[in-house]
Write a protein that binds this ligand. Structure first.
Ligand SMILES: *Cc1c(COP(=O)(O)O)cnc(C)c1O
Length: 389
């Protein structure tokens, strides 16, 4: 069968990806999400989810969702500005804002949509976005879509950021940064970013997809100064440590009111199911009372770092967060090590270029409070023996 030209180009593109070993494939999860999973028929210990606190499969969250479904049904049925804004969404927004220490908050269906919505609402073509080079793809897409000038600085190089800010003639400026960097696990210098935002009259937009629920008793990576600054717009995504789905933006109340008017990914989309907001309220309770989970996570991080900090080859990157990257170097070697671990029943993804810089292909180990001590020990022993082989 002959395809029309446009389809034929797509087909060629797929063949090319396969040839270059870049074709991405999805494996099939057949169990609940968690530290122990069944993937493509195999029982594995997973070191690749973002479910850092083990809440994705927590019975309290599931029960809250099921109760809400019984009471309110499944679908939200409309956008927030029509009739989709449920009391449960509203309750979550208020509880979330109070917890992270900001005056107001707004829920979005995903972190990707929140980033797109916030940047396009706050900036125009008269603006300029200053972005860390290692920011998440969704922030880069948002920066490109908002029409502002898009200026990137080398990872964590705030001296370079300052010199770029100095040169800027844009009317509105916005600095945006991952708060915890998703592939490196390091934490942004929030207070210094805020000081630059103040001197150079910029917004500071912080994407805390990986810090909310984990850092600062679960409140995430905002510092006292950042909580109190009207310049700071804070994003938490709710499908990672919070274990559910969605995202919430916390900011000055007028910024939130503006987003309700202008964030197109908020206005022109169906509200998330209210049952998910119910699950998120239950998740917030678990996060608030989650000191034991965070303590367990800290123990795992310490055990892993003690075990892998001094390998004969491969370098563990400096990170205090549950994201613990082990740099292997070459794409093929990272894939081979990941494959060897899989033979031991350990699921650890190899992250390759172009997701990470060339020559820094790595295992991205992510730890969860749901791991048993023995499983972390098993991972450490397996990697040690591969490093010595
Ligand atoms: C996962 C992630 C997002 C996207 O959030 P979703 O809710 O999954 O769409 C945004 N920013 C960062 C840093 C992330 O890691």
């Amino acid at each position: 069968m002959t395809a029309f030209d446009a389809l034929a180009r797509i087909q060629l593109g797929l063949v090319q990806l396969e040839t270059d070993s870049l074709l991405r494939k999805r494996s099939l999860l057949e169990s609940e999400q968690g530290a122990h999973v069944r993937v493509d028929g195999r029982e594995l210990v997973s070191f690749c989810s973002n479910d850092y606190l083990g809440l994705a499969n927590d019975p309290a969250l599931a029960e809250a969702a099921v109760d809400a479904i019984r009471q309110f049904g499944v679908g939200a049925g409309a956008s927030h500005l029509v009739t989709g804004h449920h009391r449960l969404h509203h309750e979550f927004e208020q509880a979330f804002a109070a917890f992270v220490g900001k005056p107001a908050a707004l829920m979005f269906s995903t972190g990707y949509m929140a980033n797109l919505g916030v940047l396009t609402a706050v900036l125009t073509r008269h603006g300029e976005v200053f972005a860390d080079k290692l920011n998440h793809a969704s922030l880069n897409d948002a920066a490109q879509q908002c029409g502002a000038k898009f200026t990137r600085y080398a990872h964590a190089d705030l001296d370079q950021l300052e010199s770029l800010l100095k040169k800027s003639a844009a009317r509105d400026r916005l600095i945006c940064s991952d708060l915890v960097f998703s592939m490196d696990g390091d934490v942004a210098d929030v207070d210094r970013l805020l000081a630059l935002a103040e001197v150079y009259e910029a917004w500071l937009y912080l994407d805390d997809a990986h810090g909310f629920g984990v850092l600062n008793d679960g409140r995430g990576g905002l510092t006292e100064a950042a909580r109190n600054s009207p310049r700071v717009i804070y994003l938490a995504t709710l499908g990672k440590a919070a274990g559910v789905f969605g995202a919430a933006v916390a900011a000055h109340a007028d910024v939130v009111d503006w987003l309700v008017q202008k964030a197109r990914t908020y206005v022109y989309t169906t509200a998330m199911p209210p049952a998910l907001a119910a699950a998120l309220l239950a998740s917030l309770e678990q996060i608030e009372s989650g000191a034991a989970r965070r303590e367990k996570l800290r123990e795992h991080i310490a055990a892993l770092r003690a075990g892998l900090g001094n390998l004969p080859r491969w370098q563990l990157m400096p990170s205090d967060t549950p994201i613990q990257p082990l740099v292997i170097g070459k794409n093929a070697e990272a894939v081979a090590v990941s494959g060897k671990l899989l033979e031991h029943g350990l699921l650890v993804p190899a992250i390759r270029t172009p997701t990470v810089p060339k020559g820094s292909a790595r295992l991205r180990i992510s730890l969860s409070a749901a791991h048993a001590d023995t499983e972390v020990r098993q991972l450490v022993a397996a990697i040690q023996s591969l490093a010595e082989a």
